[in-house]
Design a protein around this ligand. Structure first.
Ligand code: FAD
Length: 299
């Protein structure tokens, strides 16, 4: 959506295809990081955006072995917003879609599922789409793959069994949640892809670098991708723009994928020795230092 907004704003004709009828999907996080808020400011959308219902977290705290410790502090960041905004992702997407629709070059087609790529001389030249009225072909000079991660989870998982023996309130929450209200998401990341682009086709966001949500950074990284892609496409021919975009974004995004996985591994370790070492380190690292550093990492 952000890629569509940015391109349409620059006068490029753009069609965004979304397979669902709305953006009100499974929970996919609700943190909007200072780097994203900076982009919104650059687009002159920040003030209006912050009028939407949200909460602002200038510091995050974690509970380690029953102790509440400062975890991340955003108040020292050299950004306009020194906080994380908490807002459902669908509010963010609806806000962007509303603004994008003001550009004559922008079109959003809901319930249009991309089912195949169309090739011309071995190069992607468009997409085939399943729409309510049947199958449609969209040809384009540029195809951005922003279809997220493909891990729908296993709905047959027995959650009561999987979480047996966990501390309260896990069992109480599970018992109070009817099957119809449960959603199943595999929290997996994507191994590094060899390339993010080919011919007229380029990947952004989770499609390029899906990560575990331990750092809540997936959406922020996706938005940094599209801002970088926009800058390169505005300044260079397509092939060079894709190359420079990939060079500038692949390494930082994949570093966050690794950091996120490492944080998950440490936080969820089942090894008692490793858990004790983790807790001791957390207790002895000066709180302010840890919070300062995590604030920079989670920016
Ligand atoms: C449990 C969880 C918590 C998270 N918490 C956070 C958080 O707090 N902060 C944060 O920044 N990130 C968080 N993330 C990550 C974040 O949700 C993703 O990184 C981000 O949404 C990626 O954006 P995207 O546009 O690449 O993909 P998506 O947001 O997945 O968007 C892809 C879109 O493409 C559509 N689509 C898919 N296939 C097709 C198709 N074939 N045809 C047409 N449309 C299609 C989908 O319906 C979807 O609307 C979390 C993720 C999970 C799983």
């Amino acid at each position: 959506m952000m890629a569509g907004y940015l391109l349409a704003r620059a006068g490029v004709e753009v069609v965004v295809l979304e397979k669902h009828p709305d953006f009100n999907r499974d929970f996919r996080g609700d943190t909007i990081h200072p780097s994203t808020l900076e982009l919104m400011h650059e687009l002159r959308l920040l003030d209006e955006f912050l009028e939407l219902p949200h909460q602002e977290a200038r510091e995050l705290h974690a509970v380690i072995n029953g102790h509440v410790v400062p975890f991340a502090d955003f108040t020292h960041l050299p950004t306009r917003c020194q906080f994380i905004a908490l807002m459902p992702q669908w509010d963010f997407l609806n806000f962007l879609a509303g603004h994008a629709k003001q550009f004559p070059a922008f079109a959003l087609h809901m319930q249009h599922e991309v089912v195949d790529l169309i090739f011309e001389n071995d190069r992607v030249a468009g997409v085939r789409v399943k729409a309510p009225e049947g199958f449609l072909d969209f040809l384009a000079d540029l195809v951005i793959g922003a279809d997220g991660r493909h891990a729908d989870g296993d709905a047959s998982v027995d959650l009561e069994k999987a979480f047996a023996g966990w501390h309260e309130p896990i069992a109480v929450v599970l018992a109070a949640t009817p099957a119809s209200a449960r959603s199943y998401l595999d929290l997996r990341d994507l191994p590094p892809l060899p390339r993010w682009h080919s011919g007229r086709h380029v990947l952004v966001g989770d499609a390029a670098h899906a990560m575990t949500p331990n750092m809540g950074q997936g959406a922020a990284q996706a938005l940094l991708d599209v801002a970088a892609l926009r800058d390169e496409l505005a300044a260079k021919p397509r092939a060079e723009a894709f190359r420079v975009y990939e060079r500038s974004r692949k390494r930082p995004a994949e570093r966050i994928v690794r950091q996120s996985r490492a944080i998950g591994r440490i936080a969820q370790t089942a090894n008692p020795l490793a858990a004790r070492l983790r807790d001791t380190l957390a207790r002895h690292t000066p709180a302010a230092l840890m919070a300062y550093q995590m604030g920079r990492v989670l920016r």
